[in-house]
Design a protein around this ligand. Structure first.
Ligand SMILES: [Zn+2]
Length: 174
């Protein structure tokens, strides 16, 4: 990607095998997707024409609320919930973790290490009991399968038949 400056709008060009020019706003950045044969001059012209739209979109992304602060109270509240969810699921699955921790992590709702330590994301305090249950179950099943194989998903489904819906709600990616 090349970074280019026009008078006001900074944008990046991404050349692709496409026929038209597309403008995209992603993470507060302006990305212009264009076919390779399009000149920079032409792209400048399009960006200039779409300036109002781009500025409006940039403004919208800036107005997104920042992530809230999590406190000790949140940790206590989540721990309370986990104190009933874990024993219930451990009893059902017979899968026993070594340690359970609560952390404010960035990219996952939970994680499971090879030492059988499970970490649960503090941000789950804002989610429903069903969603928290799903994350706990997901991580417990990793004690048996350290991957996302069919066997893993079968095991999750055995204890939570509607896990696909819950997973979708959470946008789970680990
Ligand atoms: Zn996983």
């Amino acid at each position: 990607m090349n970074a280019i400056n026009t008078e006001k709008i900074v944008y990046h060009i991404k050349y692709e095998r496409i026929k038209n020019v597309y403008i995209q706003i992603k993470n507060g950045e302006v990305i212009v997707k264009a076919p390779r044969y399009i000149s920079k001059k032409y792209i400048d012209k399009i960006v200039e024409e779409k300036k109002n739209w781009i500025l409006k979109k940039l403004e919208e992304t800036r107005n997104i609320e920042p992530e809230r602060e999590y406190t000790n109270q949140d940790a206590i509240k989540l721990k309370d919930k986990l104190d009933s969810i874990f024993p219930e699921l451990i009893q059902k699955t017979k899968l026993v973790p070594n340690k359970i921790r609560i952390r404010n992590i960035k990219y996952a709702w939970g994680s499971c290490s090879s030492n059988k330590n499970i970490t649960i994301n503090l941000k789950l305090v804002d989610k429903s009991d069903e969603e928290i249950k799903y994350v706990v179950l997901h991580e417990l099943c990793h004690l048996k399968y350290m991957n996302h194989s069919n066997e893993f998903w079968n095991l999750v489904g055995k204890y939570m038949p509607n896990y696909k819906e819950v997973r979708k709600k959470l946008k789970y990616n680990s």
